[in-house]
Design a protein around this ligand. Structure first.
Ligand SMILES: C[S@@+](CC[C@H](N)C(=O)[O-])C[C@H]1O[C@@H](n2cnc3c(N)ncnc32)[C@H](O)[C@@H]1O
Length: 390
């Protein structure tokens, strides 16, 4: 899951939105009919706020809606959401909404948040496995504290700035959530205490936008626990947002040992070192993961090309099974794919979806060449990884 933050569309600090002071714990919607589908600078300054029933969903396409999901206090927590237009209607219409977060089936808690310590100097807090975790297993599920549009222009008007808009949403949080939010790391304090937290900790929620993350309708989410997960270019977790429970599901992308730190990648893993460094610059640290400290022209090429190469293997492997398999795969091809798999593992790319595709290509090859034992081992690995999609 790529991280995301507001495009710092700075607007001069001015008076707070002309709103009745936002109620903490309020479970109603506050919406404005501002001309908010325009660029921030052009938003009509005469914003009119209306308070409406928490279950109202027929907001006009131009509305900005401050809402709480789910609307009533919930053991799994509540998210404050600044939703655009009819986005809320879409979520409430998702089959199964509002789904409870999964219970961990009596399993002990698999993670802890603690100081990353001297070993991982300068990282601050991090999230660590407290027991061995199998690939694909759920580590935790979490409803975000706050979800807001990625495009900050949406949240600014000539009467108010982004910081003030965020203050409304944060002000609506329950005290415990608000405290947790305010304690999160902020490497952009110059941009404002709230916007800085958003920019440091936001995760793109692709699943919430029906138009993709590059559009105006994409959202970013700030979580209490997931926000403590540090970056590595060799990520070992996989995050997926489930609309019905309005929550992130964090799973092990490969087997994780007790005591290991959980990592996800704040930038695309397909990038060479210099591009990764550039993408990470806004987070104010230099990544010192194994892939960065051992980067070379070879590893840069691998990162740039592995997705294309795996796709080519996948297409090729189609001919290796079933009726299409007119002949046995050459031993050299078997070795080539096995070697490539090893390269992906040592570069730390075995936590990616693409690696799963690579496994299926190799499986086809094992089946073609009658390597039943090796095929069985691979099937088991793929079975575990399948949970990453669930
Ligand atoms: C989303 S926060 C992660 C949690 C944070 N460490 C904390 O204490 O809350 C992002 C910030 O953590 C730190 N960080 C994350 N990954 C890091 C890494 N690989 N090396 C050093 N610092 C890192 C940076 O300060 C970054 O701005």
């Amino acid at each position: 899951m790529k991280r995301g933050f507001l495009n710092g569309n700075k607007v001069k600090q001015r008076a707070l939105y002309p709103l009745p002071s936002p109620n903490a714990n309020s479970n109603s919607n506050i919406s404005t009919n501002a001309n908010a589908d325009r660029d921030g600078a052009n938003i009509n300054s005469q914003m009119r706020y209306t308070k409406s029933e928490a279950h109202k969903t027929d907001h006009s396409p131009a509305s900005i809606v401050f809402t709480t999901i789910p609307p009533r206090p919930d053991p799994d927590g509540q998210s404050e959401w600044i939703a655009l237009g009819d986005a809320k209607k879409r979520v409430l219409g998702v089959p199964g909404y509002p789904r409870a977060l999964p219970s961990m089936d009596g399993e002990s808690v698999a993670y802890e948040v603690r100081d990353a310590g001297a070993h991982e100097k300068g990282m601050g807090l991090g999230v660590f496995a407290t027991r061995d975790i199998d690939a694909g297993a759920l580590i935790f599920a979490e409803r975000p504290l706050l979800v807001i549009p990625v495009n900050s222009g949406r949240l600014a008007t000539s009467d108010s700035n982004i910081e003030n808009t965020l203050a409304i949403a944060v002000g609506r949080m329950r005290a415990g959530s608000r405290d947790a939010f305010m304690q999160l790391a902020n490497c952009h304090n110059d941009e404002g205490p709230l916007l800085g937290i958003v920019r440091t900790n936001g995760w793109i929620v692709r699943e919430l936008s029906d138009e993709g993350e590059g559009t105006d309708k994409a959202y970013t989410a700030i979580c209490k626990i997931a926000a403590r997960i540090n970056h590595s270019c060799m990520p070992n977790i996989h995050a997926r947002f489930d609309l019905a429970s309005f929550a992130f599901y964090i799973r092990a992308a490969r087997g994780i040992k007790a005591g290991e730190q959980l990592f996800h990648s704040y930038c695309s893993v397909n990038l060479p070192l210099t591009a990764r460094r550039a993408a990470l610059a806004p987070y104010a640290f230099t990544c010192a993961c194994h892939a960065c400290t051992h980067a070379s022209p070879t590893s840069d090429t691998l990162r740039r090309e592995f997705a294309t190469r795996v796709e080519a293997y996948r297409r090729m492997s189609d001919a290796w099974v079933g009726k299409k398999a007119s002949k046995k795969v050459d031993e050299g091809v078997v070795r080539e794919l096995e070697e490539f798999r090893k390269e992906l593992v040592s570069e730390g790319l075995d936590g990616t979806r693409t690696y799963g595709v690579m496994l299926s290509a190799i499986l086809r090859l094992y089946m073609n060449s009658g390597r039943i034992g090796e095929a069985r081992v691979l099937v088991e690995e793929m079975r575990q990884r399948q949970r990453l999609e669930g």
